[in-house]
Design a binder for this molecule. Structure first.
Ligand code: G3P
Ligand code: CA
Length: 375
C-alpha cells in the first residue's frame, strides 16, 4: 500500500467513524440487554466498545496526546495509556520502563551515561529506564514511532511530542468528552507493578489518588484499570478500596509475574471462580478467544468468552492491527507484510464471538466494523 493509499483509506474510515460518533448515546447503544448487566461501568457504553490502543497508534507515535486525541475523534470509546513512573514519582505514559524504542533518548549525548542493563521481571534488559529520569528530564525527550519499518508514514511525526503524564491524559479525556459530546473513557494499564514496587516506586500509590481526584473511582465510571498481574488488581480492590472496574490481562502462555498459577490455570472455569467476584473483566490476547491454527490461519472459537460471562466478567481482547503481518495468514491481502488485510472480517468474527470490547491500533476501523456488523 502506498502512502497515498494508506492516507486515503485512513481519511475514508476516519470520516465514517466521525459521522458515527455524533449519534446520541442512546442511538449508539444498541447492545443486547443481557450484556448490560455484565461487569461494571457498562451504562451507556456501545457493545462491543472500542479501545484506542496506545491511542490511535496505527497512525501516530504511540502514547502521545496527539495519538489519544485522534483515537477519540475516530470514534474510540476509551483511550489506553500504559503507565510507568519517573524517578520523582510521576506516572507517565510509556509501554515499558525502557524508553529507547519510543523516544529520541539514544540520540541525546547528555543522557548517554544513563544507558544501563537491568533485570526486568527476570529478563536482562539494556537501555534507558524511565525511573532514572525526573519528569523535567523526561520532558526534554520527544516521542518517535516504535515501528518505523511497518508504519513509515507515522515517522513524519517523530520529534514533535513529549511523553505525557497520566494526569494530562485524565484532563484530556475530560476535554475530549466535552468537545465530542460523548464520554471518552480511560483504560490505564499498570506496567510491571511488582518491578516498580520493588524499586520503591509503587504505581498504585500514585494511580489510585489520581483516579479518585478525577472522579473516576466508582463502579460506573468511564474507566477500566488493567494489569497483567492479578495480585496488584486484588490488592487495589481489597487494601486500597478501589471501586473502579478492574481488568485482568492474560497471555496465551506463561505465568503472571510474582504469581504461582499459570494464565491457563487462572482462566479455567475453576480458576476464574477464585477471583471473579473481585474484578470486572478479562483482557485476553485475541487468539485466546479465536484460536490460530498451527499454519497461522484462523481457527475455532474457544470457551473463554462463555466461561468469563458465566462468572460475570466482561471480555475485551487485545490487539487487532490492520497490517497483514499481524493478521491470520488467511486474512492477508497480497504479499506485503505492511499492507492492510481483511481486518474488518477478523473484527466481525471477534464480535460474533460475543466479546464486550476490543483493543485496536486502528480504532476507526474497529468502529466501522462495529457499524457494519450491526447491519
Ligand atoms: O492492555 C491491553 C494490551 O495493551 C496489552 O498489551 O503489551 O500492548 O500493553 P500491551
Ligand atoms: Ca496496554
Amino acid at each position: 500500500m502506498t502512502v497515498m493509499d494508506r492516507r486515503s483509506f485512513t481519511a475514508l474510515v476516519g470520516a465514517t467513524a466521525a459521522a458515527a460518533t455524533v449519534l446520541p448515546v442512546s442511538a449508539s447503544s444498541a447492545a443486547p440487554a443481557a450484556s448490560r448487566s455484565r461487569g461494571r461501568g457498562r451504562r451507556s457504553l456501545p457493545t462491543p466498545y472500542v479501545v484506542g490502543h496506545r491511542g490511535a497508534s496505527g497512525y501516530r507515535p504511540e502514547h502521545t496526546l496527539a495519538s489519544y486525541t485522534l483515537a477519540a475523534h475516530m470514534g474510540a470509546d476509551f483511550i489506553e495509556p500504559d503507565l510507568v513512573i519517573t524517578k520523582d514519582g510521576v506516572l507517565v505514559c510509556r509501554h515499558e520502563p525502557e524508553i529507547s524504542g519510543t523516544t529520541d533518548v539514544s540520540e541525546r549525548p547528555d543522557f548517554a551515561a544513563r544507558r544501563t542493563t537491568k533485570t526486568l521481571d527476570g529478563v536482562a534488559t539494556t537501555g534507558w529506564f524511565v525511573e532514572d529520569f525526573t519528569l523535567a528530564e523526561l520532558r526534554t525527550l520527544r516521542a518517535v514511532e516504535r515501528l518505523p519499518q511497518v508504519r513509515q508514514e507515522n515517522t513524519i511525526y517523530d520529534g514533535l511530542w513529549q511523553v505525557p503524564t497520566f494526569e494530562e491524559v485524565l484532563k484530556l479525556r475530560k476535554q475530549l468528552s466535552l468537545d465530542l459530546g460523548r464520554e471518552i473513557g480511560v483504560y490505564p494499564e499498570t506496567k510491571h507493578p511488582t518491578y516498580f514496587r520493588e524499586i520503591g516506586l509503587p504505581l498504585e500509590e500514585r494511580l489510585v489518588p489520581l483516579v479518585q481526584r478525577y472522579g473516576l473511582n466508582n463502579k460506573n465510571a468511564a474507566i477500566r484499570i488493567q494489569s497483567f498481574e492479578l495480585t496488584n488488581l486484588l490488592m487495589m480492590r481489597s487494601k486500597m478500596k478501589v471501586k473502579a472496574p478492574l481488568v485482568f490481562l492474560t497471555s496465551a502462555s506463561g505465568t503472571p509475574y510474582a504469581d504461582d498459577r499459570t494464565y491457563a490455570e487462572l482462566l479455567s472455569p475453576a480458576g476464574l471462580r477464585t477471583y471473579a467476584d473481585q474484578i470486572d473483566g478479562l483482557g485476553p490476547d485475541w487468539s485466546q478467544v479465536i484460536a490460530r491454527n498451527s499454519d497461522g490461519t484462523l481457527g475455532a472459537e474457544t470457551a473463554l468468552v462463555k466461561n468469563a460471562h458465566a462468572v460475570g466478567l466482561e471480555v475485551c481482547p487485545y490487539t487487532v492491527r490492520a497490517e497483514n503481518q499481524f493478521l491470520p495468514t488467511d486474512y492477508r491481502i497480497g504479499a506485503d507484510p505492511n499492507d492492510y488485510g481483511r481486518v474488518m472480517d477478523l473484527l466481525h468474527r471477534l464480535y460474533d464471538a460475543g466479546i464486550d470490547g476490543i483493543f485496536s491500533d486502528n480504532p476507526d476501523v474497529a468502529v466501522v466494523a462495529r457499524d457494519t456488523w450491526r447491519g
